[in-house]
Design a protein around this ligand. Structure first.
Ligand SMILES: Nc1ncnc2c1ncn2[C@@H]1O[C@H](COP(=O)(O)OP(=O)(O)OP(=O)(O)O)[C@@H](O)[C@H]1O
Ligand SMILES: CC(C)(CO)[C@@H](O)C(=O)[O-]
Length: 288
C-alpha cells in the first residue's frame, strides 16, 4: 500500500574550498573542492495534497520554532518538474544561507520522500541528478548535492554527481560553527570576477588528513577574498590556540574542530555543534 506521509533526512555540507567548473549542461556544471558532510541538515515531511504547499521551519536546540518561511522556489521547481503536488514541511536547526548547504539538503530530503510517497521509481542517482541540476540552475550551490550523496569529509575531483569523491572519517571529534549572517550565494557564483579570484586561490594540492583540510581551506578563504573581517578575526584567534578553523563557504561564518573550539566561538555568537555524517539522504519514517 502507498504511504500517506513520508519523512526523509539529508545531512548538510560545509564547503571549505571550491572552484567553479562550467560544463555544457547543468549536469556537467559544478565545482571541485573539499568540505565536510555534517550530521545536522534538513528533515522533509511530505503528504499528499491537491495543491503544493511548502513550509520551511527552523527550530532551536530545544525544538522551539525560530523562523517560518512560506514557499521555496527551488522545491516548487523540482515538484513541477516531477509533475507532483504535495504538502512539504522542511525542518532544520542551522541557519539558511550561511554555508551549511541546506538548499541541497532540502532538495535531496524532499525528493527522497516524494519518490517513496508517489512510488516514482527514481534511483538515488536520479534523485541526486535532479537536485544537482536544480542547484546549478538556481545558482544556490555547485558541489553540495554531490557531497551529500554520502558522509565523511570529502574531496571532489570533478564537477557533478558522478565525479570521483573521496570520503574520509578521521575527524571523529565535535565540530562547532558560528554564523555572522548569510551570503547571497547566487550573487557570488554569478560574478565572473569573484569566480576568477576563487579559481586563483584554489589549493595546489589535496588535503592529506582532516586537520589539513582546515589549513587549505583557511588559505583559500583569505586568498579568494571571500573571508570577511569578522571571519578573519575568529580564524586568527583559533590559530593562536592551535584550533583548526575556516570559513563556511558560502556563508559569513566559521567552522572549527575539536572540543577547545566551542569556548572561542561562543565569544562571537551562538554556537552550533555537529559531527561528521556517516551517510547521505535516507527515509526516516512513513505512515500508512
Ligand atoms: N531548509 C530548507 N528548506 C526548504 N528550502 C530551503 C531550505 N534551505 C534553503 N532552501 C531553499 O534554497 C534557497 C537557497 O538557499 P541558500 O542557498 O541561500 O541556502 P543554503 O544552501 O543554506 O546556503 P549555502 O549555499 O550558503 O550553503 C532558499 O531561498 C530556499 O528556497
Ligand atoms: C559553491 C558552494 C561553496 C556554495 O554552496 C558549494 O556548493 C561548493 O562547494 O561548490
Amino acid at each position: 500500500m502507498n504511504p500517506s506521509a513520508v519523512t526523509a533526512f539529508c545531512p548538510g555540507h560545509i564547503s571549505g574550498y571550491f572552484r567553479r567548473i562550467n560544463g555544457a549542461t547543468p549536469a556537467a556544471t559544478g565545482s571541485t573542492g573539499a568540505g565536510i558532510v555534517i550530521d545536522s541538515g534538513v528533515t522533509a515531511r511530505v503528504t499528499r495534497s491537491p495543491r503544493t504547499e511548502i513550509r520551511i521551519i527552523r527550530r532551536d536546540a530545544q525544538g522551539k520554532t525560530r523562523e517560518q518561511i512560506a514557499g521555496s522556489p527551488i522545491l516548487q521547481f523540482i515538484m513541477d518538474r516531477l509533475g507532483v503536488t504535495a504538502s512539504v514541511v522542511t525542518e532544520c536547526s542551522l541557519p539558511i544561507g550561511a554555508g551549511f548547504g541546506l538548499s541541497a539538503a532540502a532538495l535531496l530530503s524532499t525528493l527522497t520522500a516524494l519518490n517513496r510517497l508517489f512510488c516514482l521509481n527514481l534511483s538515488e542517482h536520479d534523485i541526486a541528478l535532479n537536485a544537482h541540476e536544480a542547484e546549478v540552475r538556481f545558482r544556490t550551490g555547485l558541489g553540495d548535492v554531490a557531497a551529500c550523496q554520502g558522509g565523511g569529509w570529502v574531496v571532489r575531483d570533478g564537477p557533478g554527481i558522478d565525479a570521483r569523491i573521496h570520503r574520509r572519517y578521521d575527524l571523529t571529534g565535535p565540530l562547532f560553527a558560528i554564523s555572522f549572517g548569510p551570503i547571497h550565494t547566487p550573487s557570488v557564483l554569478g560574478s565572473p570576477r569573484q569566480m576568477e579570484r576563487v579559481a586563483a586561490a584554489f589549493p595546489k594540492r589535496t588535503p592529506r588528513f582532516g586537520r589539513d583540510l582546515f589549513s587549505l581551506s583557511q588559505q583559500f578563504a583569505v586568498q579568494s577574498g571571500l573571508a570577511t573581517p569578522e571571519v578573519r578575526q575568529v580564524i586568527h584567534l583559533c590559530s593562536t590556540r592551535n584550533i583548526p578553523a575556516s570559513m563556511t563557504m558560502l556563508g559569513n561564518g566559521v567552522f572549527a574542530y575539536g572540543p577547545g573550539a566551542r569556548c572561542i566561538l561562543e565569544q562571537f555568537g551562538e554556537v552550533f555543534e555537529c559531527r561528521v555524517a556517516h551517510s547521505g539522504a535516507r527515509i526516516i519514517g512513513e505512515s500508512a
